[in-house]
Design a protein around this ligand. Structure first.
Ligand SMILES: Nc1ncnc2c1ncn2[C@@H]1O[C@H](COP(=O)(O)OP(=O)(O)OP(=O)(O)O)[C@@H](O)[C@H]1O
Length: 267
C-alpha cells in the first residue's frame, strides 16, 4: 500500500491482523452458559494473559481455541473462531492438524510414560515431519533446546520423562508442543504445580518463545500476567469485561469490575 492509500485507510486496516479471532462466542455446559458473547483478538507473536476469578470461564475460552471443548460431554460452542482468518469449526476440518497448529500445555505436567526422546519424537512421527532418524534426532534436539532443557537431559534421552523434576517435566511438555511446529501455544496455568524457581524458568521461556510463537496463557497470578504478557483479558462470570495492553489494564483499568479484581476486592 502506498503512503497516500495507507493514510486514507480505515484505522482497523492499519492494525496487524490477529493470529486468532473470536466473535460472539457462547459456550454452554448443558443448560448452563459459561461464556457470553466473547469477542477477542489474539495478536501474533504476543503473549495474551487470561485472568479473572475462579469459574469465570478462562479455561473454557482457552479450550475453544483448539477445540478441546469438543471432547467434553454436553459442551456446546457457538460463534466464530478463526485462525489466520479461517474458521476452525468448519465441517471437514482435521482436528488433529488443528491441534498441531494450536498446541496446548496443561496445568499439571503430563509427560507420556515414555522416554524423554520419545515424548518429543511422538508428534513429529505422527505427523510425518521427519524422513530419517537423523531428522528426528534433530527435531528432538532443537525442541529441547528451545524449551531450555537440552543441556540438562542430553545425556539421558532414553530415561523416562516421568523421572524428571516437576519444572523439567513442564519444560518437556513445552518441548513436546513445540516439536510439531505449532503457530499458537495455549497454556492453562502452566506454573501452578511448580515452585518459584521452576516458575521463573518457565516465565523466562515464555518470553523467549514469543519471538516464534503466539501464546495464550491462563493464570491465577496477576504478577505473572504482568511479567509475561503484552495483552491481558479480564473475564468475570462468563463475560470478557476488558482487554488492554497489560500495563494499562493493571495501572488504569477501564471497568469497575477489573479495578475491583486487581485491587483484591473480590476473586
Ligand atoms: N466439564 C464441565 N461441565 C460442566 N460445567 C463446567 C465444566 N467445565 C467448566 N464448567 C463450568 O463453566 C464455568 C467456567 O469454568 P472454567 O473452568 O472455564 O473457569 P476458569 O475461569 O478457568 O476457572 P478456574 O480459575 O477455577 O480454573 C464454571 O461455572 C464451571 O463450573
Amino acid at each position: 500500500m502506498d503512503a497516500v492509500a495507507e493514510a486514507e485507510a480505515p484505522q482497523t486496516m492499519l492494525q496487524n491482523t490477529p493470529k486468532m479471532s473470536t466473535r460472539r462466542v457462547n459456550v454452554y455446559y448443558g443448560e448452563t452458559k459459561a461464556l457470553k458473547d466473547v469477542d477477542l483478538d489474539i495478536g501474533e507473536n504476543q503473549v495474551t494473559s487470561l485472568i479473572g476469578p475462579s469459574g469465570c470461564g478462562k479455561s473454557t475460552y482457552l479450550r475453544c481455541l483448539n477445540r478441546m471443548n469438543d471432547v467434553i460431554d454436553g459442551c456446546r460452542v457457538e460463534g466464530d473462531i478463526t485462525l489466520d482468518n479461517v474458521d476452525i469449526y468448519r465441517s471437514g476440518l482435521d482436528v488433529v492438524q488443528l491441534r498441531a497448529r494450536v498446541g496446548m500445555v496443561f496445568q499439571k505436567p503430563n509427560p507420556f510414560p515414555k522416554s524423554i526422546y520419545d515424548n518429543i519424537a511422538y508428534g513429529p512421527r505422527l505427523h510425518g515431519l521427519a524422513e530419517t532418524k537423523a531428522d528426528l534426532d534433530n527435531i528432538v534436539e532443537i525442541s529441547l533446546t528451545r524449551a531450555g532443557l537440552w543441556k540438562e537431559v542430553k545425556d539421558r534421552l532414553l530415561a523416562p520423562g516421568t523421572g524428571l523434576s516437576g519444572g523439567q517435566q513442564q519444560r518437556l511438555c513445552i518441548a513436546r508442543a513445540i516439536a510439531v511446529n505449532p503457530e499458537v501455544i495455549l497454556m492453562d496455568e502452566p506454573c501452578s504445580a511448580l515452585d518459584p524457581i521452576a516458575t521463573a524458568r518457565i516465565e523466562e521461556l515464555i518470553d523467549e518463545l514469543r519471538q516464534n510463537f503466539t501464546i495464550v496463557i491462563v493464570t491465577h497470578s496477576m504478577q505473572q500476567a504482568a511479567r509475561v504478557s503484552q495483552k491481558t483479558a479480564f473475564f468475570h462470570l462468563g463475560d470478557l469485561v476488558e482487554v488492554s495492553d497489560t500495563e494499562q489494564l493493571f495501572t488504569n483499568p477501564r471497568d469497575q469490575r477489573t479495578q475491583g479484581y486487581i485491587t483484591g476486592r473480590f476473586g
